[in-house]
Design a protein around this ligand. Structure first.
Ligand code: FMN
Length: 183
């Protein structure tokens, strides 16, 4: 069993999750490659592809959203997971798992976008899961690294991780009419 993990990151949080997944999957053997450096073909003998990306504007990053990340302090970056999928040679039917980092459960997810793009490429067995950051630059919410290791362990065992809703980073106080309505 070999797992190829390809990760996009701008502030380091999604890379941390990818590393934790690989650590959890060590019984299988996993390689983590940054999407900028990833070849368009997978290593021979890849049994599972894991794609990890930060959520930008409810989905995968674009050149414009990556420029916005740079304007918020991220280093310059090349392509994202969206562009990697477009150019990749992907064996039909290869199992895959999509991972996103998100700031909360209600603002879209890059993992959903990954599943859609992979489905169009014939990879129909794609599970997904999200991990929460406290803000645009992070950090990851407490417990997420442990959860990522556990997901890696399950994937390495050939299982499909049970989708666990990503924890909410912080609850904003209810104000005004919403507070009165909800009590
Ligand atoms: C341009 C931009 C747009 C973003 N849009 C969203 C969004 O729609 N939903 C969300 O949950 N997080 C959004 N975020 C926050 C990212 O989720 C966060 O930056 C990312 O998870 C951090 O991962 P990284 O350190 O690997 O880049 C956005 C961040 C940037 C820079």
């Amino acid at each position: 069993m070999h797992i190829a993990l390809i990760a996009e990151t701008h502030f380091g949080n999604t890379a941390e999750i990818a590393d934790a997944l690989a650590a959890g999957a060590k019984q299988a053997g996993a390689t983590v490659t940054r999407v900028d450096a990833a070849a368009t073909h997978l290593p021979p003998g890849t049994d599972l592809l894991v794609l990890a990306a930060p959520t930008h504007s409810g989905g995968l990053s674009t050149p414009r959203s990556r420029a916005q990340a740079v304007s918020q302090g991220a280093p310059e970056s090349g392509r994202g997971v969206r562009e990697w999928i477009a150019g990749a040679q992907l064996p039909d039917g290869l199992p895959a798992h999509a991972v996103a980092t998100v700031t909360g459960p209600h603002s879209g997810s890059a993992s959903r976008a990954i599943v859609e793009l992979l489905n169009r490429r014939g990879l129909t067995a794609t599970s997904r899961g999200d991990f929460t950051v406290a803000g645009t630059r992070g950090p990851l919410v407490e417990g997420e690294i442990t959860r990522a290791r556990e997901v890696g362990r399950v994937l390495a065992g050939g299982g499909v991780p049970t989708p666990v809703p990503a924890p909410v980073a912080r609850r904003s106080p209810r104000r005004g009419w919403l507070a009165r309505l909800l009590g």
